[in-house]
Design a binder for this molecule. Sequence first.
Ligand code: NAP
Length: 240
Amino acid sequence: MKRVFILGGTAEARELAARLHPEHVVVTSLAGRVKAPRLPVGAVVIGGFGGSLGLARWLWEHPVDVVVDATHPFAARMSEAAAEAAGMTGIPLLGLRRPGWTQEPGDDWRWVSSLEEAARSLPGKRVFLTTGRRSLPVFDGVPGVWFLARSVDPPDDPVSMEVVLSRGPYTLDGELALMREHRIDTLVTKDSGGELTRAKLRAARELGVPVVMVRRPPVPPEVPYVETVAEAADWVDGVA
Ligand code: NAP
């Protein structure tokens, strides 16, 4: 039995908690960004730590044997803080990152390195934004472009965009209907990977809509990473 601390906020984090519980004692940490998050099994703590030092302090003050960073591939600050806190405390840390999406024949993907670059390089005038509510100010006000933004919770501040509130998983038929209804000519997405939101990419392919794809931020080089929940569970079982 190990005391496992999971940095969560993803489907993989929930799956890992379900897989480890009850053989191991699992605590999952969530940032608290989403108003009604899907909760994993086991204990849950909500809210940040105050950077790497705060996380290190939390790890010193609580009984934790191993940490798994199963945050979203774009949660770069949390992953960096986890790496630094693991270095300070000596607690073993594993990163769990699902693979990114891969282009298929018929796809027209334009890779960019940031949201700002995406906003500067939109190929069309009717843009479907699926990069999360906190990214909307980066795009709001781009001249001559109409936006349909999709997010789980409403934007924090008013935006001059049409906003549709929903949470995946999404279907191909649903994505096709939404993109046709709004005559979308450009899709903007982060390379999040995974199945829950993949249907929009196939819909874009079928409709001949170009995709502006934001590259993932780098992971901390000192942390070992795996791509599947099964590998992460094996690591927890095997780590000394
Ligand atoms: P971020 O930019 O890397 O983190 C910002 C701050 O949020 C961190 O410094 C930390 O605050 C707090 N935080 C992030 N993840 C946390 C966690 N699992 N537990 C406790 N505190 C956490 O991350 P983000 O992009 O805002 O993502 C926030 C959460 O949403 C993560 O759990 C992530 O897995 C999930 N999520 C993110 C995306 C995305 O596109 N970025 C998409 C889906 C889900 P302190 O410095 O105060 O500790």
